[in-house]
Design a protein around this ligand. Structure first.
Ligand SMILES: *Cc1c(COP(=O)(O)O)cnc(C)c1O
Length: 405
């Protein structure tokens, strides 16, 4: 067959991939820092960061070096044998956070699946077989396996797949009295994103997270923070819980953790971790040497004052530009989020049109994200250059002129 000779185009996507995505018309083929090039050689400024993943930009030399070196050394051992990169990375994470133990997985979904199973198992084995209720929030996003999508708070993602895992309750985000109303001794965990990402870039209030901690303590429930999107420097601290002074019992990390190489982690206290025993849970690839070597290199760069302290200055530069665009086009009802997870909610006149702005941005040479139909989302590299911010925002202003004009 001539398959090898046939050109790869956007049309190929519809011929070979299950129809679950609607990717942009162009196909990126190369990236460097915060710039990306497509098949035709068009250049883009990247404010999407692969959905908050490429936290050190594309092809960061230290990550490339770690990948090459490990790639010539040892790729895979499975969990029957441990490996040095995983143990090194685990030690770094424990030294820098509340956690006493870590388990590596391959995606945000898997980390959350692990976290929810751990929370249930802890409650069932330590307290009661009936302590299984999980409290989660409207608009939350925790992944796409049947358990994680059911804990997520968007029924449009979880409906249509038959019976869902039971005993999961959703209440409004940032509404402590709504949590109080459903919290009881049968609750095993409260699961929350400190900053809701997919749900619209909404930060938790300090009183809300503090209140959740107190309620969990009163009812011997575990507090689980999903920091898959908000973690690893995204908001200017290593993890967002550090801004709030509220410590979870379990925390999940993924996205930026590997800087673009798939890897995730579940962080837990010693007490919680000890509910699991040999055989309780596992993964063939989780914690493989390649992923952990790259993540280790990313961790060493992200967890420094230079990178973490730079996040807020860069945020200010973004927000200045967004305000200027808003002044000219009367576009946003709110500019929010934390650090370099920035949301700009569209005014009623442009409600539902976030994707139009995204497509217009692409044709001006800019990659951005939306978070639902009404919110533009910016999740650039944490080390995005000041000149790239200016250039990308100039392109965004042109895209806005196009859509509103
Ligand atoms: C992206 C995301 C997930 C799912 O991660 P995958 O790697 O896509 O499985 C879970 N939780 C949050 C908060 C996310 O942003």
């Amino acid at each position: 067959m001539a398959t090898e000779q046939t050109a790869i185009t956007r049309a190929t996507f519809d011929e070979v991939i299950l129809p679950v995505y609607a990717p942009a018309e162009f196909i990126p083929v190369k990236g460097k820092g915060s710039r990306v090039w497509d098949q035709q050689g068009n250049e883009y400024v990247d404010f999407a960061g692969g959905i908050a993943v490429t936290a050190l930009g594309h092809c960061h030399p230290a990550l490339v070096e770690a990948l090459k070196t490990q790639g010539e050394t040892l790729w895979h051992t499975s969990n029957v044998f441990t490996n040095e990169p995983a143990l090194r990375l685990g030690r770094k994470i424990i030294e820098a956070t509340f956690a006493d133990r870590v388990l590596f997985m391959n995606s945000g979904t898997e980390a959350n699946e692990t976290a929810f199973k751990l929370a249930r198992h802890y409650a069932i084995t330590r307290h009661s077989p009936y302590k299984t209720k999980i409290i989660a929030f409207h608009n939350a996003f925790h992944g796409r396996s049947l358990f994680t999508v059911s804990v997520g708070g968007q029924p449009k993602y979880s409906d249509g797949f038959g019976p869902k895992p039971a005993d999961i309750i959703h209440v409004p985000f940032n509404d402590l009295s709504a949590v109080k109303a459903v919290m009881d001794d049968h609750t095993c965990a409260v699961v929350v994103e400190p900053v809701q990402g997919e749900g619209g870039v909404t930060a938790a209030t300090p009183a809300f997270l503090q209140g959740l901690r107190e309620l969990c303590d009163q009812h011997q429930a575990l507090l689980v923070f999903d920091e898959v999107q908000s973690g690893m420097g995204r908001t200017g601290k290593l993890f967002t819980y550090m801004h709030y002074g509220v410590t979870p019992d379990i925390l999940t990390s993924a996205k930026a953790l590997g800087g673009g190489f798939p890897v995730s982690a579940v962080l837990a206290t010693q007490d919680v971790a000890s509910a699991f025993h040999v055989g309780s849970h596992g993964s063939t690839y989780g914690g493989n040497p390649l992923a952990c070597a790259v993540a280790g290199a990313a961790f060493d760069i992200i967890n420094t004052p230079e990178v973490l302290d730079g996040v807020n200055a860069k945020r200010e530069q973004f927000v200045r530009h967004l305000r200027a665009i808003d002044e000219q086009y009367d576009l946003f009802s709110d500019i929010r989020g934390m650090g370099l997870l920035i949301g700009a909610e569209l005014k009623p006149a442009y409600k539902g049109r976030a994707r139009d702005f995204l497509y217009a941005a692409a044709s001006e040479g800019l990659m951005v994200l939306n978070a639902g139909p009404d919110v533009m989302r910016f999740a650039p590299s944490l080390v995005v250059e000041s000149a790239d911010i200016d250039e990308g925002m100039a392109r965004f202003a042109k895209a806005v002129a196009r859509v509103t004009g």
